[in-house]
Design a protein around this ligand. Structure first.
Ligand code: NAD
Ligand code: FNR
Length: 173
């Protein structure tokens, strides 16, 4: 039997699905949890992000999706640099702090930080940190897609992974 005969006929939906259906689908797409930080003329800022992925290894490029309505958005635009701190097992409290409506000083006071070349904060105990320059930005719907050139990588000492799946955190050994 050919592959075509094994598949039902295609349909062509007229429009994107509604928001809650989409979010329910995305809740089943597990992802790493990251603190994305910045510093520079607009001062320090940081937020929790799961919408982060690898784009290209030459040049080394990451994608970070940032809601334009987030309080941190102007700081990332003005500073032009960021660090993707991939969280390790046990760092759920930091993920909640940087994902809520908490004041920026309180977010950064909860952990220890160093810096690499760009000056964006590097989280002590992260699994890995990618120090980046924002090389391009494209707006899609509610979010800005930040295309980030990776200028440096550090391993700040964390062990074990942290995933966000089914609206909960899960630790990986
Ligand atoms: N990509 C994002 O912007 C994103 C991702 C995860 C969580 N969040 C924030 O955290 C809150 C709690 O999330 P939850 O997973 O517990 O439940 P939820 O039902 O609000 O979201 C389920 C999933 O949908 C996706 N999602 C949520 N809000 C989105 C948005 N504005 N744009 C694109 N994708 C989105 C994410 O993959 C999320 O894990 C969300 O309401 C949102 O404010 C945002
Ligand atoms: C687990 C999880 C994952 C994400 C988020 C939250 C949480 C809890 N948030 C929301 C984001 O962290 C939040 O909007 C920021 O903290 C900014 O909040 P304020 O606008 O400063 O209150 C988020 N926002 C975003 O723009 N892109 C993303 O990928 C994610 N991912």
């Amino acid at each position: 039997m050919s592959v075509a005969h094994a598949l039902p006929p295609a349909t062509t939906p007229a429009a994107p699905v509604e928001r809650d259906l989409f979010r329910g689908a995305m809740a089943r797409l597990g992802a790493a949890v990251n603190l994305v930080t910045t510093d520079g003329p607009a001062g320090p800022a940081g937020f929790t992000a799961t919408a982060v992925c690898s784009v290209s290894d030459s040049p080394a490029t990451l994608l970070v999706c940032l809601n334009r309505g987030a309080s941190v958005h102007p700081a990332f635009s003005a500073n032009g640099v960021l660090c993707v701190n991939v969280l390790a097992a046990g760092q759920q409290a930091l993920a909640n702090l940087f994902g809520g409506k908490t004041a920026m000083a309180e977010r950064f006071a909860a952990a220890r930080w160093t810096r690499l070349a760009t000056g964006a904060p590097v989280l002590d105990g992260a699994l890995v940190a990618c120090d980046c320059r924002i090389a391009g930005v494209q707006s899609v719907g509610s979010h800005d897609l930040l295309l980030c050139e990776v200028l440096g990588v550090a391993e700040p000492g964390g062990e074990g992974g942290l995933l966000y799946f089914d609206r909960r955190y899960h630790e990986l050994a």
